[in-house]
Ligand binder design. Structure first.
Ligand code: 6GU
Length: 231
């Protein structure tokens, strides 16, 4: 899988993708993330990417031409499944969307800056718009990094224990049950007996019941439309 990120401030992302678990994934060849400076596709003599909005008003708008040239060039080199524009008014990123994108082949991620992009980018060049939450960031770069992290960690072999991505909070629509490690008694703070019992079926049942209970207390929004057994 290959992810191409188009940014006006690529250095913001270089350090992120040069470190961390994502670096290991890239070293193994599971995934390749390539960050591009959109300015290389600018034809303006000052390499500008933005311009004043028609109709006036505050802020600058990212021009359609460099973005179109970038996307056309990348698409001529390999197939892409989706071109995604990171935008605060996009579809909210959640686990099902991360799951979908992690199985779906190559992606182009376009990071907005300034006021946003010329509307014709959204109409003609982008397949999907994604937001990472109901707050506004200065640009789409952090959102692109969040989206990449959520996607890449789901690719088999990227995180140590291959089953652990599937037992994450949210994968079954429930938050995760509590975990404990040694010592079993720390100054009187005890691990629940059932976890020390050795009865795997009882442990599984306890974990499921804890997950349901925690979801009801902390994230009742996740249970909408589900019965309390989490089915
Ligand atoms: Cl994708 N971009 C910006 N600029 N702000 C955001 C966002 C994206 N998602 C949440 N806030």
């Amino acid at each position: 899988m290959r992810i191409d990120i188009l940014s006006a401030v690529p250095r913001l992302l270089d350090s992120w993708f040069g470190e961390s678990i994502l670096q290991r994934a890239q070293a193994k060849g599971t995934v390749e993330v390539v960050v591009h400076d959109l300015r290389q596709w600018s034809t303006d003599k000052h390499r500008r990417l933005d311009d004043y909005p028609f109709g006036g008003g505050a802020g600058m708008v990212m021009s359609v031409e460099p973005i179109q040239r970038a996307i056309v060039e990348l698409k001529s080199q390999r197939p892409y499944n989706e071109v995604i524009y990171l935008s605060p008014d996009g579809e909210l990123l959640d686990q099902p969307l991360a799951n979908h994108l992690s199985t779906g082949g190559n992606l182009i991620l376009l990071c907005g800056h300034y006021k946003g992009v010329d509307e014709r980018v959204r109409e003609h060049l982008v397949d999907r718009e994604v937001s990472i939450g109901n707050y506004v960031l200065t640009g789409g770069e952090l959102a692109a990094a969040v989206l990449c992290d959520a996607i890449i960690r789901l690719i088999p072999g990227v995180i140590g224990d291959e089953t652990s991505a599937l037992s994450d909070s949210f994968q079954d629509g429930l938050v995760a049950p509590p975990d404990y490690t040694r010592p079993a008694d720390f100054q009187g703070w005890k691990v629940p007996d059932v976890l020390l019992s050795g009865h795997q079926a009882r442990i599984d049942a306890w974990r499921h019941q804890q997950a349901v209970e925690r979801t009801r207390q902390r994230r009742p929004d996740l249970l909408k439309g589900e019965d309390m057994e989490g089915n």
